[in-house]
Write a protein that binds this ligand. Structure first.
Ligand code: ADP
Length: 525
């Protein structure tokens, strides 16, 4: 395993400098010899002037200063050393041959920290200097620590500034408080939202702003605060300084600090949102009621229309039958006896009476689709219904040489009579609206999620896209009677039957490329 990297403390490693000042080279040599074993850097000066020069360039842990020197003696040198800011606090040890009080006083007056009397004892000198070396080193360490601390303080200050500007920029009112509710920090949005000044709020209780404010975080001992989930967002009631209330949404986030747990609450005024929600709710209720009313109206009028259609077509049948009987009598007895166009007119009456009869029959069929009771619903084989429809269409199929291909069809819950009708209408249309080629008709069904999708595909004339929806309407047709006979009720009846069975019907087609009539029927459960 690799040894952990040691923290390198530059100040503890660096050699310190000691300035030795003596006019006698021999003395300097013996001082140097005595201090050599300390392992520090020794700087030699043989006059006060030289010593001052060194002091301009360097910092020293201690100065050993000979008192008696020509030109500038030790005291004068010390005076100048003390007068310079850089060396004001550098410890000075005077080296002197005299043990006079005057010397001592003057020396201490000049800030000497000690006196060493000649002849100098190496051990004493070394141990005294060693103390100053240690002192200087400690002072260096302290300086370094102070520097680190001031750098850290700067970083912290910047972080706090950032935090405060973030808080100020927040669109919500941000309130930081203790678990007890005591407010310790607010942003300016809090002032404007609640109408209190910052000083009113600091130290006050958050319940002043949000009476139901409650946030309790229970930490298991040693649990990390980040693991304690904030309780998410809550909608509460807030109160302004003027006593008016308003709804707010609050999100809480806990923060572990030296002072304990602090909770930051982001408080958002949701008056507008509530109002909008209320409006949407009212609008929805109004719309639901309107839809209900309209549906009832429609159902009523639909019912009335169906009754009318049924009654009208039923009642029309009788006079129409009378007209038909009498026109037949007219033809039988008087054909060729009238002058001019009378025979032609009678023929028109007969044809139209027949057509009207068919129209009335289909209309009656249409209005009867829904009136058939649900007891007609039974498990119906669509294969059997198709067989029946094909049997009913035997003649047109033979006449047109139509080729009909079919896949096996499922059994569903339905009204067999009506399902036969659907197949019959769709296949007869496929034959009726054939193109130049022999009619080819394919029938198939495939399962979807909850339903079967049926398709009746032909190779006939096709339908313009604009009309694919219209053709399912009552009496809606795209061809003149002479071109293709019919009365436009077949598909309307198909749609009504399929809808009654819970399905949908539509057509996919292109003119000249055939049509595919699709319908769905729910699967039989
Ligand atoms: P009708 O056949 O009596 O006119 P329908 O309701 O059955 O009434 O059909 C409505 C119209 O839809 C028809 O007049 C015809 O124009 C068009 N149509 C129906 N089936 C087809 C088809 N298979 N191919 C082309 N057009 C069709």
């Amino acid at each position: 395993m690799a040894a952990p990297a040691e923290t390198i403390r530059p100040e503890a490693q660096r050699k310190v400098k000691i300035l030795l000042v003596d006019d006698s080279p021999e003395n300097l040599v013996s001082l140097e010899a005595a201090l050599y074993t300390l392992g520090e850097e020794l700087v030699l000066a043989n006059s006060g002037t030289e010593a001052l020069r060194h002091l301009l360039e360097d910092d020293f842990a201690a100065i050993l200063l000979d008192v008696k020197m020509p030109d500038m003696d030790g005291f004068e040198t010390a005076e100048l050393i003390r007068s310079r800011p850089r060396s004001r606090h550098t410890p000075i040890l005077f080296l002197t041959g005299y043990k006079s009080d005057e010397h001592l006083f003057r020396g201490y007056d000049l800030g000497a920290v000690d006196f060493l009397f000649k002849p100098i004892v190496s051990e004493v000198l070394r141990s005294k200097v060693a103390v100053f070396v240690q002192l200087s080193r400690n002072a260096g360490l302290l300086r370094e620590q102070a520097q680190t601390l001031s750098e850290q303080a700067m970083v912290l200050q910047k972080a706090e500034q950032k935090f405060r500007s973030l808080l100020e920029a927040a669109p919500d009112a941000m309130v930081m408080c203790r678990q007890s509710g005591e407010v310790v920090l607010v942003n300016s949005r809090t002032e404007s939202l609640f109408g209190y000044s910052r000083s009113d709020l600091l130290g006050n209780d958050i319940h002043l702003l949000v009476p139901d404010w409650e946030y309790q975080i229970r930490l298991v001992p040693d649990e990390d605060i980040s693991k304690a989930r904030s309780s998410g967002e809550r909608e509460l009631h807030a109160v302004r300084s003027d006593g008016t209330g308003f709804p707010v949404e609050i999100s809480f986030s806990p923060l572990q600090t030296e002072e304990g747990i602090l909770i930051t609450s982001a408080i958002r005024d949701i008056t507008d949102r509530r109002r909008a929600e209320e409006q949407i709710r009212e609008l929805n209720t109004y719309l639901e009621n309107r839809v209900l009313e309209r549906t009832e109206e429609l159902l009523r009028s639909n019912d009335e229309l169906a009754q009318f259609a049924y009654a009208a077509s039923h009642d029309l049948q009788e006079p129409l039958r009378t007209i038909s009987i009498y026109t037949e009598l007219l033809v039988k007895r008087y054909r060729g006896r009238f002058e001019g166009d009378a025979d032609l007119f009678i023929e028109h009456i007969t044809t139209n009476a027949r057509r009207m009869g068919l129209l009335i029959r289909d209309l009656l069929d249409f209005s009867r689709v829904d009136s058939r009771g649900s007891d007609h619903f039974t498990l119906t084989s669509c294969d059997a219904a198709l067989d029946e429809a094909l049997a009913n269409l035997r003649i047109p199929i033979q006449e047109s040489n139509a080729v009909i291909s079919r896949d096996p069809l499922p059994a569903i819950s339905g009204d067999p009579v009506q399902l036969i009708r659907v197949f019959q209408n769709l296949i007869s249309n496929a034959i009726k609206y054939r193109g130049r080629e022999l009619p080819r008709i394919e029938l198939r069904a495939e399962p979807r999620d909850h339903e079967w999708l049926f398709a009746v595909q032909d190779n006939g004339i096709g339908i313009e896209p604009d009309y694919t929806e219209k053709i399912f309407g009552i009496f809606k047709r795209l061809h003149a009677q002479g071109e293709h006979p019919g009365n436009g009720m077949g598909l309307a009846i198909c749609r009504k039957i399929i809808n009654r069975h819970g399905g949908r019907i539509w057509v996919e087609s292109e003119p000249g490329r055939g049509s595919k009539f699709c319908f769905t029927l729910p699967k039989n459960n």
